[in-house]
Design a protein around this ligand. Sequence first.
Ligand code: AMP
Length: 139
Amino acid sequence: MQYDPNNIFAKILRGEIPCHKIYEDQHTLAFMDVMPQVEGHCLVIPKHPSRNLLDADPIALAHLMTTVQKIATAAKKALNADGIQIRQYNEEAGGQTVFHLHVHILPMKIGMPMKKHTGKMADNALLAKQAQIITALVK
Ligand code: AMP
């Protein structure tokens, strides 16, 4: 399957639609998931286009994982989490819904249930605040 440059994350990268940005460098962008499954649910995407892990450039993947580590560390501190879950889906059968490679970062607390994907948007002000707190802790 071909990469579709009109996917929503490509539009975010081009600045055509907004996001609650946490971090950006030459190769990657991190922002808040608008329908978080846990508090502080973030996404990291490469700037290099690929549908998912399967067609990704290996160098772009290395940059992506470097940023995932950076953001996971900051998000764990920001949310006072006990751990971090990393999720990444490939193609529709693999659970993927947005076809630009992305990694989910989920700050987890012991005993805390994960919300289902309800499709409900989180409060914008809360997402903006969380993005700000995580950004301040990125090293
Ligand atoms: P998946 O492709 O299944 O890994 O999930 C895509 C994720 O992107 C979901 O968790 C959505 O909540 C999230 N999402 C969809 N649109 C946006 C958006 N405009 N900004 C931030 N997150 C989004």
